[in-house]
Design a protein around this ligand. Structure first.
Ligand SMILES: Cc1ncc(COP(=O)(O)O)c(C=O)c1O
Length: 361
């Protein structure tokens, strides 16, 4: 696995469809902010530990949650890691799905908590409310909702999200709303709008703002909860100041660049769908995806996901991900591809993918 990343990082020609990162242009103000911060050598000091006040205000107004509090973190990753340490003690349980973003399950398990990994690779390809109810027991502390879901791109209609919030409330569970891909979704409901006192929102600028390398995110929640967790956060000396300046510039200009970016991402999905439709035994379980990635199911084809990943990467310089990274139970059924990349790169994938599948059949 690390060989794949070594190869891809050492080869500038690689088309990067493996990490849902966003390579589409946003606004020149972002690069200007990065240059200004570097020119002023802001990096010589530790930044304010709770985050730059302007960034904090921008995130709360981006979410329209003025009554909540937040802590700026080293990506959504740190927010989720520290959250697991805080709310999932040894012996506790978290309602999780399979497929999912397993990094967070790993964080929970490191502290001795258990994840339910409730199957969602069927039906609407998202949590079924009855399955959630069934998975709850006295040890349950939280429901980990990723909306839209990595890797599938499914999202929850408002009434379903409300039903999940009601269950969390009835059982006194935390609802973790991981909204990393929210800005790609045409209609998205924040759990914090429905259940503000029990929702913790994991926020990131990696995918929407195209700032994955800057490592900036946030943990957003009720004021008292954030005050309590603040002292336990890992990045005690603050978060990358250049990244925070870039995030401020991106969020301030978001209304100017986001609509065009979402439109390009949608067009890129169409190009992938047209290629997939031509291949026997290959289909898209969720289309259109409400995120920046989608799953391509190849379970009715002879090829296996790892072979497809290897052939695309080492013979064609296109980096996609075999399903087992995001699913224990269903990983052999699919590959995951992200499409928030320039359209010519997606066109290249659409040209090569059918040939690869033909060669592997
Ligand atoms: C669902 C989900 N949550 C959180 C993250 C972490 O993102 P970051 O640490 O870059 O903010 C990712 C990254 O892929 C993700 O897919």
């Amino acid at each position: 696995m690390s060989n794949d990343f070594d190869y891809a990082h050492n080869n500038k020609n690689v088309i990067w469809m493996s990490q849902n990162t966003n390579h589409l242009p946003t606004h020149t103000a972002v690069q200007e902010a990065i240059r200004k911060s570097a020119d002023e050598r802001e990096y010589t000091k530790y930044p304010l530990a709770s985050g730059l006040p302007e960034l904090r205000d921008l995130i709360l107004s981006d979410l329209s949650l003025p009554d909540q509090e937040l802590h700026i973190t080293n990506g959504g990753t740190e927010a989720l890691y520290c959250l697991m340490r805080h709310i999932q003690p040894k012996g506790s349980e978290m309602i999780t799905s399979d497929p999912s973003y397993f990094v967070v399950h790993k964080f929970a398990k490191l502290g001795g908590a258990k994840c339910t990994d409730t199957p969602i690779y069927n039906g609407n390809y998202r949590f079924d409310i009855e399955d959630i109810k069934e998975a709850i027991n006295p040890k349950s502390k939280s429901i980990f909702l990723i909306d839209p879901i990595n890797p599938l791109g499914s999202t929850y209609p408002r009434e379903e999200k409300k039903a999940i919030c009601d269950v969390a409330e009835d059982h006194n569970l935390w609802l973790i709303d991981d909204i990393t891909y929210r800005d790609f979704a045409p209609n998205h409901t924040l759990a914090a709008d429905l259940l503000p006192e029990k929702t913790i929102t994991a926020y990131s600028v990696s995918k929407n703002c195209g700032l994955a390398g800057m490592r900036v995110g946030s943990l957003v929640g009720p004021k008292e909860f954030i005050r309590n967790i603040r002292g336990t956060m890992v990045s005690d000396l603050g978060i990358n100041v250049v990244g925070q300046r870039a995030s401020i510039a991106a969020l301030k200009t978001k209304s100017e660049w986001l609509p065009g970016l979402v439109e390009t991402a949608l067009k890129n999905q169409t190009i992938i769908k047209n290629a997939v439709d031509k291949i026997d035994g290959v289909e898209l379980p969720v289309y259109p995806s409400a995120a920046s990635m989608m799953v391509i199911d190849i379970s009715k084809h002879n090829a296996n996901p790892q072979e497809v990943q290897d052939k695309l990467l080492y013979e064609n310089d296109i980096f996609v991900r075999a399903g087992n990274y995001v699913s224990t139970r269903f990983g052999e059924n699919f590959i995951r591809v992200s499409f928030s990349i320039p359209t010519p790169e997606v066109e290249r994938f659409a040209e090569v993918f059918p040939i690869v599948m033909e060669e592997l059949s």
